[in-house]
Write a protein that binds this ligand. Structure first.
Ligand SMILES: *Cc1c(COP(=O)(O)O)cnc(C)c1O
Length: 239
């Protein structure tokens, strides 16, 4: 193996071990949690190595970087997740490679995604991004809708041709009442996800947990964890 592949294999093994022990501690089966590797700022060659090492879900947060990377890896059976703040003028591009858009946080975006999905003849899975630090009626600084806005967006996704409502996504807040309380934040997301499932039973995805807090997310019931630095290494400041 190349040095880079060896390094990625070791990192993946460590992350796998963390997910497995978090599942064991929570009394959950390992296959209840899907590992998504966030490859932002890293090259397509790394995505290729990750695929050779068994990774099947990758995520990106900027269309400018993701589109060429996805094109360079089009021969691989990978599921691409989009996890960044999304402008409507990027939606058509994103819908051409992403299977899952995890950062849905406003109606205008839903309308654009639906049109793009229909045009591409694809069915897109959408997660509503929840900003646990946003005031009622507002959106978060890093995207996401306040909890009181979930229902309206969920109904809009469910009614939109070409879109499927997958569930909820969050990033642990850096400010507000949940700052530094990741487990409480993820428990709150679980509460909101359970409530959503009462009206949308198929919306069973809960995407939470990154390199620093995957254990708390798995304990709270996350079905998808999004891991970047713990697999690929520290990103340059920009990412
Ligand atoms: C970058 C990113 C991640 C991964 O974060 P790490 O701390 O590198 O594991 C997860 N989710 C989102 C939305 C991201 O932008």
């Amino acid at each position: 193996m190349t040095d880079r592949k060896t390094q990625l294999a070791e990192n993946l093994a460590r992350v796998e071990e963390r997910i497995s022990s978090a599942c064991a501690s929570a009394g959950r089966r390992r296959d209840e949690v899907t590992l998504i590797v966030v490859t932002k700022t890293y090259p397509a060659s790394d995505v290729r190595l990750l695929h050779e090492l068994g990774v099947r879900h990758v995520a990106e947060n900027r269309d400018q970087d993701a589109a060429p990377k996805a094109a360079a890896c089009a021969d691989l059976d990978l599921t691409w997740h989009f996890v960044g703040q999304l402008q409507t003028n990027k939606v058509r591009s994103v819908a051409s490679y992403a299977q899952v858009v995890q950062s849905v946080d406003r109606t205008k975006l839903i309308t654009a995604l639906s049109a793009a999905a229909e045009r591409a003849g694809r069915e897109l899975d959408c997660l509503i991004q929840v900003a646990l630090d946003a005031e009622a009626g507002e959106r978060g600084d890093r995207g996401g809708v306040a909890p009181d806005g979930i229902e309206e967006l969920a109904a809009a996704v469910a009614a939109a041709p070409g879109l499927r409502l997958g569930g909820l996504m969050t990033v642990a807040p850096l400010a507000g009442p949940y700052a530094g309380r990741r487990r409480a934040a993820f428990d709150r997301l679980m509460e909101l996800a359970s409530r959503l499932r009462m009206t949308h039973p198929a919306a069973n995805m809960m995407s939470a947990g990154m390199s620093a807090d995957l254990e708390e997310a798995v304990a709270a019931g996350a079905t998808h964890v999004r891991i970047g630095t713990a697999v690929l290494g520290d990103r340059p400041r920009l990412g």
